[in-house]
Design a binder for this molecule. Structure first.
Ligand code: FAD
Length: 495
């Protein structure tokens, strides 16, 4: 039986392990931490349960398909709670906009900002829906290395309709005549490592996807999805070794031969897959000669998505006036993206995201109490040289309290029963994230499909990648789809 080693038990690694096992491989997953999940981890404190990273789950179809491929039903492993309405966006002047997956609610909310938007909204849902389907069916999951072949999967009129040539903000403003709607829907660019004024208009499929497929919370938190995938992989016979740090990928002649573990043990494999962040792998795990000759150079050229400061607050009461998902946008919208992508230091007035997961699943907090997660995007670590994270966390905490107060949600330090803060440095150290980037390599036009770092190493046959910085991109659904693509590469190589 062919065998494969997977370095890292993030969602991409878990998905690859399932696909390779289904293809008949003997699979071992090696995870440096004590539990699987990577960025999608779980923190527990005094009866409060928090998801460390991802909190917005969309496209459940990706996970349904994964389980169905294995002959299982996702819902035998997991319960999904619908989070409806979805995200509410807030501005400093007190205004807010609520997105919803119910067409009537969405239309009447958008009408408040853009009278007469109804027919334009219907046309937008049609257009973005077509582009979503074209993207996922023909582009996203294609392992094609040639740009011509990749784009050739679409007819010319389909290609022309994708919005690749226009920035996202402009693409949105062809439909929506309200600055607030464009700002809200354009803000998704932040997690892709760009600005709505630079990233391609194609990314309007993100707000579309959220509206069309809804937002979901696994009962027990996002980590219940990780547990479901670990259970499925284990049921299929994947072996897991936790507290098992890989020191280096080994080489036999020109090929990857397996790994050297931190405790000196060597494991041999026909295929080695790194789910550890791609640029981190290139610099730190590839055989030394290769890391020096190609890895460091490639990592240095890679534009990365921002870092994050994350706050986990267990509150001693229920929160009034704040829904499950909220995004607080600043007045200086355009400037805040510039600060994030090119500034040094954390912006004086950054946008931020809050999640009250206990509002959807009360089990996550003790009775009568609640969980509040806050995510503040920051520049990557190499641009935070002089940042005093302790002082910044206190400043950001006060900023969050003040913005929440401005919208009638009064929270103060005295309400916080338990607290944890993760800085970009903590994120880097816990999960080996290159430059502390939270979401991996950025997604500008020439960082998509065949232009994105491929899921196999061109200089080291037998060495593969999966996860946020390789194809197809970041986010739980995409790295899970990426697992299927990487497994296809491995099967093609070994057979
Ligand atoms: C704060 C935050 C919020 C996010 N919010 C969302 C969201 O709401 N929705 C969404 O869809 N996505 C979100 N994301 C993105 C999403 O979490 C990631 O895209 C996805 O989880 C990355 O998965 P991955 O396969 O790249 O693996 P990773 O999560 O990067 O896991 C890699 C694993 O490899 C292990 N590893 C690294 N080095 C070694 C080594 N040498 N030896 C052994 N093991 C090693 C690590 O410990 C880790 O467990 C968020 C990310 C962050 C950080």
């Amino acid at each position: 039986m062919s065998n494969a080693l997977i370095i890292g038990a993030g969602l991409g690694g878990l998905s690859t392990s399932i696909h390779l096992r289904l293809a008949g491989f003997d699979v071992t997953v090696l995870e440096q931490n004590s539990q699987a999940g990577g960025r999608a981890n779980r923190l527990t404190m005094n009866g409060f349960t928090f998801d460390a990273g991802p909190s917005l789950l969309n496209y459940p179809w990706v996970f349904e398909e994964l389980f169905a491929l294995a002959g299982r039903n996702l819902y035998d492993y997991l319960e999904l709670i619908e989070v409806e309405p979805g995200i509410r966006f807030y501005w400093p002047d007190g205004e807010s906009l609520q997105l919803s997956s119910r067409f009537d609610l969405l239309r009447s909310e958008l009408e408040r900002f853009d009278p007469g938007v109804g027919p334009r909204l219907a046309r937008w849902l049609d257009r973005a829906g077509r582009n979503y389907r074209l993207s996922f069916e023909r582009l996203v999951i294609s392992n094609t290395d040639s740009p011509l072949k990749w784009l050739g999967a679409l007819k010319l009129n389909e290609l022309a309709g994708l919005g690749l040539e226009k920035p996202l903000y402009r693409q949105l403003s062809t439909t929506f005549h309200s600055r607030r709607i464009c700002q809200a829907m354009g803000s998704y660019a932040m997690y892709l490592g760009g600005s709505p004024f630079d990233l391609p208009g194609l990314f309007e499929i993100l707000p579309f996807g959220e509206i069309n497929y809804g937002l979901w919370l696994p009962r027990g938190g996002i980590y219940a999805l990780v547990e479901a995938m670990v259970d499925l992989a284990s049921d299929l016979g994947v072996e897991f070794r936790t507290n098992c740090r890989v020191e280096q990928v080994t080489q036999d002649g020109v090929r990857a031969a397996g790994v050297l573990l931190a405790d000196g043990e060597r494991l041999a494999a026909e295929a080695t897959v790194s789910n550890c962040d791609l640029p981190y792998t290139d610099v730190n795990l590839l055989p030394e000669g290769l890391a020096k000759s190609t890895g460091v150079r490639r990592a240095g050229r890679l534009a990365m998505t921002p870092g994050v400061m994350t706050f986990y607050w267990g509150l001693n009461r229920e929160i009034q006036g704040l829904g499950h998902h909220s995004i607080f946008l600043p007045d200086n919208y355009r400037q805040s993206f510039n600060d994030l992508m090119t500034g040094s230091g954390i912006s004086s007035n950054p946008p931020f995201y809050t999640s009250v997961a206990s509002a959807s699943d009360p089990q996550l907090a003790p009775a009568g109490k609640s969980t509040l997660f806050v995510l503040v995007p920051t520049p990557v670590l190499s641009r935070l040289d002089r940042t005093d994270f302790l002082a910044e966390s206190e400043r950001l905490k006060q900023l969050v309290f003040s913005r929440l107060r401005g919208h009638g949600c009064n929270i103060s330090a005295g309400d916080i029963e338990v607290e944890r803060v993760l800085t970009p440095r903590d994120w880097r150290n816990s999960f080996s994230l290159y430059d502390g980037s939270a979401f991996g390599a950025a997604h500008s036009l020439f960082m998509l499909g065949p232009w994105r770092p491929a899921n196999r190493n061109p200089h080291l046959p037998g060495m593969f990648y999966v996860g946020a910085s390789t194809t197809p991109g970041t986010g739980m659904p995409l790295v899970t789809l990426g697992g299927r693509m990487t497994a296809e590469r491995v099967v093609e190589y070994v057979r």
